[in-house]
Design a protein around this ligand. Structure first.
Ligand code: AP5
Ligand code: MG
Ligand code: ZN
Length: 214
């Protein structure tokens, strides 16, 4: 099963993608997490990506596409994957379609996690992220068992650099301009499914399971 998560920054793509990966036994691939791990390891790609990310802009398609295809060519992606944060531009969606098509395959579903902007700005300030395993928490809605510590791997949680309110607004603008057109793109291909991302996260997951099947 090959799934794409669509949605604004902070809509809950990562939160739901981790649950999907766990239930259906496919890898969760987040381009944001891949970039952050490159930044953490101070690679050339990380240094290049960081300037765009900190400004709330998209990393150029060329760099992003290369990194993503490198990851999905791994053996563990043979039976599918859930992509979180990719594609984010029409150009990325077109290359993905072409690559998957070369293998006589296709994307099964594009799940759009729908959350209005005002709701997002309130959510983001409470987010805490694990820099090691990518798990996400929220100080009110999804607190870790031990304050400031990742439940899954024990790492110290951080506030992401790009979660400052003015950068969140910039990311939302970029989303509306460059990523929202993908909703139409996948609707035309009849694989778009929209879920109400303002609900409780278990309810959102319930809606997704109804779409993907048990
Ligand atoms: P990326 O890491 O993908 O960030 P994003 O799209 O801005 O999305 P987020 O990770 O911020 O939000 P999310 O939807 O995953 O929400 P989450 O589950 O954490 O990308 C970062 C940057 O990398 C980009 O800005 C860009 O520069 C670059 N980049 C990445 N991919 C790229 C690409 N393809 N092309 C070019 N550049 C790229 O949830 C948010 C918060 O809400 C959490 O605290 C969570 O606990 C909480 N929450 C989740 N669900 C619920 C719920 N139902 N109720 C209450 N709280 C909830
Ligand atoms: Mg995320
Ligand atoms: Zn962790």
């Amino acid at each position: 099963m090959k799934i794409i998560m669509l949605g604004a920054p902070g809509a809950g793509k990562g939160t739901q993608a981790i649950k999907i990966a766990d239930k259906y036994g496919i890898p969760h691939i987040s381009t944001g997490d891949l970039f952050r791990s490159n930044i953490g390891n101070n690679t050339e790609l990380g240094r290049e990506a960081k300037q765009y990310m900190d400004a709330g802009k998209l990393v150029p398609d060329e760099l992003t596409v290369r990194m993503l295809f490198d990851r999905v060519s791994n053996e563990d992606c043979k039976n599918g994957y859930v992509l979180d944060g990719f594609p984010r531009t029409i150009a990325q969606a077109e290359v993905l379609e072409e690559e998957v098509g070369k293998r006589d395959d296709r994307i099964d579903f594009a799940i759009n996690v729908d959350v209005p902007d005002d709701h997002i700005i309130r959510r983001m300030s409470g987010r805490r992220a694990c820099p090691k395993c990518g798990a996400t928490y929220h100080i009110e809605h999804v607190p870790p068992k031990k304050e400031g510590i990742c439940d899954s791997c024990g790492e110290q949680l951080i506030l992401r650099n790009d979660d400052a309110p003015e950068t969140v607004q910039k990311r939302l603008d970029v989303y509306h301009e460059q990523t929202q057109p993908l909703i139409d793109f996948y609707d035309k291909r009849k694989i778009l499914r929209t879920v109400d991302g303002t609900k409780d996260l278990q309810d959102v997951f319930g809606e997704i399971v109804k779409i993907l099947g048990d």
